[in-house]
Design a protein around this ligand. Structure first.
Ligand code: GLP
Length: 271
């Protein structure tokens, strides 16, 4: 009996690949040149549908590769995604390897933290409900590079899921981040603190974070960006504008250099 040949690597989750072609408005090659070949835009009716499609992408990846390494984001945008994912039947998480994308650095405080860590977020939204090996960034505050090595030792990321900040940040790679930037300690941009903490910066709230760098993100076999709501439209357009080169002012623009990126939106990215 002949055995089916397994693909050597998963370039993009099957359900993400399927149904993409009708959403293409142009051949990516003609947009970005020979080494900038793979941005796919997929538009949905609403954030809920984006969440379902993203959850299906994760399910498809784990069906193809049960021990996949997946990097997960926090934020408001992925909430419908996590809701869909924890309700999705038939996913076997046991061999999966689940990583955080970024984490606030805890201030030196006595008593309970005045804010939620991203580890708590991941635990609450998904990780408490699923099996698999979970990797928490807070153990790597003193050695972020070791976290990146851990990801590499686990086969490198099969899928990195991202949101996007209003200033074009991905994870906590703020404007100015180099495309080769490693996992590291970063200062939060003013705009990020405004948006994440509702415009107030209370004593004891984070001013720094640990983030996977652009280097680690771009090392993923596939990248899935979720962007919903009218306030994300202009930054998505700016990040993926085919007329401009990737640049330091907009960290997300470096995704144009990656061979397999899917951007799921509930608006017309105009691209
Ligand atoms: C945060 C996170 C990012 C996230 C972004 C957008 O600061 N570090 O990973 O993508 O901001 O968050 P939201 O989805 O809430 O707009």
């Amino acid at each position: 009996m002949t055995q089916a040949v397994k693909p050597m690597r998963v370039l993009a989750p099957a359900s993400v690949r399927e149904g993409m072609s009708q959403d293409f408005k142009a051949e990516p090659k003609s947009l970005y040149g020979p080494d900038l070949t793979g941005i796919r835009f997929k538009r949905f009716e609403n954030p809920h549908d984006v969440g379902i499609a993203a959850a299906e992408a994760v399910a498809a990846l784990l069906a193809e590769k049960p021990n996949a390494s997946i990097v997960f984001p926090t934020g408001k945008t992925p909430l419908p995604f996590y809701a869909a994912l924890r309700q999705m039947p038939g996913i076997n998480w046991e061999k999966s390897r689940l990583f955080q994308l970024d984490e606030y650095v805890k201030p030196d405080l006595e008593g309970p933290l005045p804010y939620q860590t991203f580890a708590e977020f991941m635990q609450r939204e998904l990780w408490q409900f699923v099996g698999g090996q979970k990797f928490y960034l807070e153990q790597y505050f003193d050695c972020p590079l070791a976290y990146e090595s851990l990801l590499t030792q686990n086969g490198g990321p099969d899928l990195v899921i991202l949101g996007i900040g209003g200033n074009g940040h991905i994870a906590f790679n703020e404007p100015g981040a180099d495309p080769d930037s490693p996992a590291r300690l970063v200062d939060l941009a003013e705009q990020t603190m405004q948006s994440n903490f509702g415009g107030v910066q209370m004593p004891g709230w984070p001013v720094q974070a640990i983030t996977l760098g652009l280097r680690g993100i771009l090392s993923a076999r596939s990248i899935l960006m979720l962007a919903t709501g009218p306030n994300k439209q202009s930054i998505v357009r700016r990040a993926f504008d085919p007329a401009s080169e990737p640049n330091l002012d907009c960290p997300a623009s470096w995704l144009k250099r990656h061979p397999s990126v899917t951007v799921m939106t509930d608006f017309d990215a105009g691209l």
